[in-house]
Design a protein around this ligand. Structure first.
Ligand code: NAP
Length: 220
């Protein structure tokens, strides 16, 4: 059985591929890798998808971090975030839904800590990831008992996507200190959660908060 990791060439997706084993995974990304037979150069927003008859899991990793005050966000900013975070996932899930159902498959989507915790300057990404949480719950209900659908809501994790927030020692130290567990996440921290959601056959409709305690603990 194959796991389809959209965005398996970077950050969290790459750690998921390592956790599941490269030979068990199919990867889609815009950059692609012509030397690897399991790595397709596909932009999920514009390209056609190949048939994958033995698909077991879909992990949808494309995401954005566009932090701006609300008054500086344009309609286009909101639409761009929605395209990458939500519409891409919808296209992939609509295309592969029959295969997922016939393989008793599962889906892992990504939200963010900025849904359970209101955070300034996050309004655009919050609109998109709020939609992802809604989509996850709705599909988990609609596709039970055949396909499980879950979501992970990470806090700041050290990936290429987050580098603008971590590109000085001062920013990195501040970010570490904001978390009750005194560090930001690693891609492996999040990939362990993905692996759990793929493997545990009695979990669906869940949002797993992997965030160093930030969403649930107040340090006094
Ligand atoms: N890192 C964090 O701090 C953090 C925090 C909260 C939530 N998250 C969420 O966690 C998820 C993974 O984040 P990450 O930090 O690992 O991101 P990342 O390092 O930017 O990886 C994203 C991957 O998606 C691929 N991708 C992007 N757009 C694509 C498209 N249109 N078609 C196909 N592939 C596409 C990218 O490859 P190409 O560029 O080659 O296409 C890349 O492999 C995201 O949904 C993000 O919102 C991350």
């Amino acid at each position: 059985m194959n796991h389809l990791i959209i965005g398996g060439n970077s950050g969290i997706g790459n750690a998921v591929v390592e956790a599941l084993g490269e030979s068990n995974c199919i990867i889609f990304s815009r950059r692609g890798d012509e030397s690897a037979s399991n790595h397709y150069k596909i932009n999920v927003l514009t390209d056609e998808f190949p048939e994958l008859p033995t698909l077991k899991s879909i992990v949808y990793c494309p995401g954005t971090i566009q932090l701006k005050p609300f008054h500086r966000l344009s309609e286009e900013d909101f639409l761009n975030d929605l395209q990458t975070n939500v519409i891409g996932a919808i296209k992939v899930l609509q295309f592969y839904q029959k295969t997922l159902k016939s393989n008793n498959g599962n889906v892992v989507l990504f939200s963010t800590i900025a849904i359970s915790q209101g955070m300034g300057f996050h309004s655009s990404i919050a609109v998109s990831k709020g939609a992802i949480e809604g989509l996850m719950k709705s599909l988990a209900a609609e596709w039970a008992p055949f396909v499980r659908v879950n979501c992970i809501a990470p806090s700041l994790t050290d990936t290429p996507l987050a580098q603008d927030l971590l590109n000085t020692e001062q920013k990195r130290e501040g970010a570490n200190n904001r978390h009750p567990l005194k560090r930001i996440g690693t891609p492996v921290d999040i990939a362990q959660g993905v692996q759990f959601l793929i493997e545990n056959s009695w979990v669906t409709g869940q949002i797993i908060h992997i965030d160093g305690g930030l969403s649930s603990i107040k340090m006094l």
